[in-house]
Design a protein around this ligand. Structure first.
Ligand code: SAH
Length: 251
């Protein structure tokens, strides 16, 4: 039973579904990948909702301008604060409770922890930057939470918004089949996931680790834990250090 959608009298209340609102210059990019597979089915089933607001509709002047040259010179264009402010006003009108996020490579790196918090909440309004990004003043006056999806530069915030929404939506009740497939994954316990194997048992002259065929659940659990620790130490020493600190703190 999906509690999020059930109101006190047992009738589904649409205002209770996880809401995403994307503010973008390219609404045609949505739902895009969010319209297929798990997220797409959930969208069709009304387990979450997606709205877009076209930033261009709030542009200024005859040409609905949304950007201008940076003060101080330099390449590219900057999104105007008055335009961004107007689009935010429009977006929050019927969604005053949604957190305001802006995609930016200067933002805090998105983590599974933050994704989980957002998924537990009412939804998110996500502003997609373009050009060189937003005028800093509107970021500050609107207290936008800047979110980065990694240390690389996209041409615009839309793929970042899709990434963020996808990560949240798959955690919503009713989207994924088995709830344990959420808790054993990479990052959920501060470690990368152990390696996975499936049929055929012998493939290209390679078998699968013997322990996985043993049916001995404790041995399997121990093997997986050891593999997860090894791969985390090797590939992500930063995660490993944090994992060590967290464990030291909790004992
Ligand atoms: N000049 C900016 C980059 C602008 S890229 C800088 O150096 O910081 C244009 C837009 O794409 C950004 O405003 C942001 O909304 C989006 N974007 C680019 N890379 C991103 C990333 N790693 N994470 C999230 N959004 C990103």
């Amino acid at each position: 039973m999906n509690e999020r959608r059930a109101s006190a009298n047992g009738v589904n209340d649409v205002s209770d579904v996880w809401r995403s609102k994307v503010l973008t210059l390219f609404p045609e990019m949505f739902p895009g990948p969010l319209g297929v597979s798990l997220a797409g089915q959930g969208l069709k089933d009304g387990l979450w909702s997606l709205e877009t607001v076209n930033i261009r509709d709030h542009g200024v002047g005859r040409h609905a301008t949304v950007d201008d040259a940076p003060f101080g010179g330099g390449p590219g264009m900057v999104m105007r604060p008055d335009v961004v402010d107007a689009v935010l006003n429009a977006a929050i009108q019927d969604a005053p409770d949604l957190p305001l996020l802006a995609t930016s490579p200067r933002g805090a790196a998105l983590t599974q922890r933050r994704v989980r918090e957002l998924a537990r909440g009412p939804g998110a309004i996500i502003l997609c930057g373009r050009f060189e990004g937003l005028d800093q003043r509107v970021v500050e006056t609107r207290n936008l939470e800047e979110v980065s999806i990694g240390d690389f530069i996209l041409s615009g915030g839309e793929p970042a918004a899709i990434t963020l929404i996808d990560a949240c939506v798959r955690l919503l009740p009713g989207i994924m089949g088995k709830s344990e497939s959420q808790t054993e994954e990479s990052f959920e316990n501060g470690l990368l996931e152990y390696p996975q194997f499936t049929r055929p048992q012998d493939w290209n002259g390679r078998s699968v680790p013997e322990v996985l065929l043993s049916g001995h659940h404790e041995n399997i659990r121990n093997w997986r834990q050891a593999e997860a620790e090894t791969i985390t130490k090797t590939r992500r020493p930063d995660l490993w250090d944090r994992h060590q600190q967290t464990n030291a703190g909790s004992t």
